[in-house]
Design a protein around this ligand. Structure first.
Ligand code: NAD
Ligand code: SER
Length: 315
């Protein structure tokens, strides 16, 4: 039975990842950890510990005392929030990673998952069907931290044999927990507005295509990557992962198929520059070949599930 710790468990990905890991390994085997004092209600069926990943001594003492087969490190500032506080974003996104990689190097963690992002790419990257290996000149502090993190993951694997695995997640769409300050958050907010019968104001232009993915696909990818045989993992920076790619106008049209009265208008803000620097779509051939990845949800399937499940009164 695996002994698992998820740090940053109270966020958009962590909430659903903990639930999925508890289904796989057993509720008591998966400890949710977050800086939040209160255990998020969706995770209250199992163990919860308050941990600040920046408190290196506390994290080290806890992990050395317990010993873990798998640690998932999700605590980070996302793209839009990071631009407002670059110094802190760099500190949180990098220091936490070193704490966990060092513990794995010392043998206290057998396997690490640390997520990267499409934000590692930049305006000089080929934007369509972006390859796994290509020009990477990110222009956001978030992207720079993810790119540096990828290099460190590969370094710890090559030099010290750390079994660290990573995915460049696209923008993630979910209804169980809200997104935490990214550029792709609009593609979640839009469903709440549509269901509430309100007009949606997009902070991105109508023709801005970005790579996106439904949360169920992202969680399945994470579990599949982490359970893949060690020899099949050829990439120790982070794998490209593709789901769907769409613009605000296209997601609006998909919603209109179910709610014909839905309206959308466009008022781009600082997040437009971030989105303009990211790919339109992703080539994930390596993930397909190495660990048999295939996404399941297309845009209309995502729209249907989201409109069925989001709370139309929580506007
Ligand atoms: P989120 O903002 O929703 O959640 C982050 C969680 O970390 C929060 O619950 C927060 O309380 C917690 N946290 C913050 N500071 C902490 C600290 N010092 N110690 C412990 N916990 C702390 O983020 P998310 O969307 O769930 O993303 C998780 C990871 O996945 C991040 O590394 C992010 O960069 C990456 N990612 C997310 C997306 C996406 O679309 N959601 C896409 C690509 C990559
Ligand atoms: N969804 C994330 C963001 O917009 C991408 O990593 O920040």
């Amino acid at each position: 039975m695996s002994n698992v710790l998820v740090i940053g468990a109270g966020g958009q990905i962590g909430t659903e990842l903990v639930l999925a890991l508890r289904k796989k390994h057993g509720v008591q085997q998966v400890i949710a950890a977050d800086i939040k004092i209160e255990c998020p209600s969706l995770l209250s069926n199992g163990p919860y510990v308050q941990l600040d990943i920046l408190n290196r001594d506390a994290v080290r003492n806890y992990i050395i005392y317990k010993g873990f087969d798998e640690v998932y490190l999700l605590a980070a500032l996302l793209s839009a929030t990071a631009e407002k506080n670059p110094d802190f974003a760099w500190k949180l996104n990098m220091d936490g990673l070193f704490t966990i990689l060092d513990l794995a190097k010392e043998g206290h963690i057998k396997k690490v998952f640390w997520p990267s992002s499409i934000a590692v790419f930049g305006p000089t990257t080929p934007a369509n069907n972006t390859p796994q290996t290509t020009v990477m000149e990110p222009t956001t502090v978030y992207g720079i931290s993810k790119q540096a993190g990828e290099r460190w993951c590969e370094y710890y694997h090559t030099k010290f044999g750390v079994d660290v695995r990573s995915i460049r997640y696209p923008g993630l769409i979910s209804y169980k927990s809200l997104p935490g300050g990214g550029t792709t958050d609009y593609a979640v907010d839009i469903f709440y507005k549509a269901k509430a019968g309100h007009e949606f104001v997009s902070f991105l232009r109508k023709d801005t295509a970005l790579p996106m993915m439904f949360m169920d696909d992202a969680i399945r990818a994470t579990l599949e990557l982490m359970s893949a045989p060690i020899d099949s993992i050829k990439i120790r920076s982070a794998y490209n992962l593709a789901g769907v790619s769409f613009t605000p106008q296209e997601i609006g049209e998909s919603i209109k198929k179910i709610i014909p009265s839905f309206t959308i208008k466009y008022s781009p803000d600082f997040r437009q520059d971030i989105a303009d620097s990211w790919p339109n779509s992703i080539d994930d051939t390596n993930a397909q070949e190495d660990w048999n990845w295939k996404h399941a949800y297309d845009l209309d399937a995502i729209t249907s599930v989201m409109l069925k499940n989001v709370d139309g009164s929580a506007d």
